[in-house]
Design a protein around this ligand. Sequence first.
Ligand code: KIV
Ligand code: ZN
Length: 521
Amino acid sequence: MENNNNRRIRIFDTTLRDGEQAPGASLYPEEKIRIARQLAKMGVDTIEPGFPISSPGDFQAVQQISRELQTVEICGFARAVKADIDAAVKATNDAAHRRIHMFLSSSDIHLDFQLRKSRQQVVEMARSMVAYAKQFVDRIEFSPMDATRTGDEFLFEVLEAVIAEGATILNIPDTVGYALPEEYGAMFRRVRQSVRGGDTVEYSAHCHNDLGLAVANSLAAIAAGVTHVEVTVNGVGERAGNCSLEELVMAIETRKQTMGVETGIIISEVFNTSKMVSRIMGFPIAYNKPIVGRNAFQHEAGIHQDGLLKNRSTYEIMDPEKLGIPRSMIILGKHSGRHALKHRVGQFGVELTSEELETLYTRFKEKADEQKIVTDDQLMELVGSTVEGQMEAFTLNHVQVVSSSDRSRVASVSVRNNQTGEEKVYSGTGEGPIEAIVQSLRQAMPMEVEFSDLEMHSLSTGEKATGEAEVTILVGGQTYKNTGIDQDVLIAVAKAFVSACNQAVRMQGNPVPQISASSAS
Ligand code: KIV
Ligand code: ZN
């Protein structure tokens, strides 16, 4: 039963500030603006778009995001120094809702080796800079950096000082990802109970993932009463990253009745956002990453596939479609059984007698043993050569690419249209070989095809490694994705593109071409 008294957890997204601090993840201002728009569309409560004093580009990004996104709160990040605060105040000036987020180290390790300041000096800096910022902005968030290695006595002293000067949100960061969940939750409880004024402010959790505990620690903080959680998309961030937005949000969404909390995130935008951030930052997502990884909703084991086909909830606790994940949940490989095979070919409109299924199953297992997984196109090729009369719309027969570093690349492809029985050669050019292949293949298609995304992976190691290409296309406003596998990665891309086109033809209701297997060979 739905509980409408759930406590609302505010999602503070710091992908564009702490996430961007991940090595190699830095973003141009226009890229930040595109991501910020998507974050707002997904329903985050607060966006920290950058560190205004750090560069003119960051200042400009924070300023433009403040002007454009008037429904979300914008946070200006600053060290506890006047110049930083001035820049953060100025950059966020046009935001409809804003806060200043000021940080200052509090652990002895940081004070001795990094700041080279005494505890007394640090308390004084924190006190005076919060008072300074408070003249300009009412909502002041204060973060004692490395709080989880600080110790109660000094942590409480700093926090009391900043509350007295008007800090409204205390963020207690686990900067180095050191805390255990119970410790982290208990720390918030002690602060609220023991710090003077501790019950008058809001609390925020900010966890790093060095021990893989960032989500668990953030959940422990929520259980201890925290209302703001600082996260990044895909968990990007310094070293092992930050608390992952999608993991935290889906943990809350999936277990909200037990936890009694909820977020304002629009679940159907989670996957799009993750893809966008991964693409723009150039940060690939691990296959087994919860929620958004390629394997997160895919099943290869026969017993699991059988269970899923009977009822999705047998092996899935979330519905990938609600997350906007377009992929098919069943991966056909050597562990797959007859039931999954029959189901998959059935999705292509192919009906098999039990004899045909047996023949196909034997050939399918041989293929799966050779190359681990069998793509839809390969499966349909097997169907075409096993079962008379069932074929895909297009067959790619030949690919040739001429590449040289000082002139444009030229490709030629030979594609058979199985509906008309006609095989033709098409050629195209491009600045790179992939563009040349795509230009050639597009001409073979009777519909407009937009090439929207490409992911490449290696399926094995060594010189003979096979490459897997995952191509996403747009046809008539709909997205189709398919894979191609080959030792030659360019041929893998060509195969994936044709497979995606075949999928588009199938899904858009065009009849599966019915021609006899002999005339198709
Ligand atoms: O990890 C950290 O301590 C931070 C703060 C400065 C909030 O990112
Ligand atoms: Zn951090």
